[in-house]
Design a binder for this molecule. Sequence first.
Ligand code: URA
Length: 241
Amino acid sequence: MERLQKVIAHAGVASRRKAEEYILAGRVKVNGEVMRELGTKVSGRDQIAVDDIPVYQEEPVYYLFYKPRGVISAVSDDKGRKVVTDFFPSVRERIYPVGRLDYDTSGLLILTNDGDFSQKITHPKYEVDKVYVAKVKGRADNKQLLPLTRGIKIEGQKMAPAKFQILSNDVSTGTSIVELTIHEGKNHQVKNMLKAVGLPVQKLKREKYGELTLERLRPGDYRVLSKKEVSQLLNLAKKSK
Ligand code: URA
């Protein structure tokens, strides 16, 4: 038996907090009856519905995906472009990406059907580190990147302090490779941060998410996350609260 809000969150319908709001608002039915009590326990045989739409109780699943460039971090696209779930034709659960990578960004993306997990590890207050490697235009030097470690403001919005490392400078092409570690997930954050210090991004890849890496995967490949990896991610999120 599981708590009703947890089951709704696990089904990917809403975060646990949103599910609680739905319950209190009388939008949730269990076996046809409106259920407004937050602590209610339900089993896999109970029929749950939100706004009269049935909630399918799926086993939670977690995947680590190497997103190629030129793919949308979504489950569908009205312009018919390739989306990340196109790479999971044999997965029956209704998985979706945890956070987003831009269309032209490659790298590590987690997909799951567990809304609760997704919300926990993407919440900025939990601070799961993400490591990006960017090819930037310009000859990067430490002095130029230093403001990013203090946290800069972009269009009035404060970015949390980041860590950086210059991996190489290519004098012949006038480009550099920079590694940036951040824990937030604002839209185009890495591109905007590097642009703000005069280093526009030409190519971007997410190499690490918490302790997870892309080891042994090629673009378009995925693998199941082990139970240990899932709980490590949740622990990391809790620790950094
Ligand atoms: N920051 C970006 O600018 N783009 C991404 O895809 C991810 C982080």
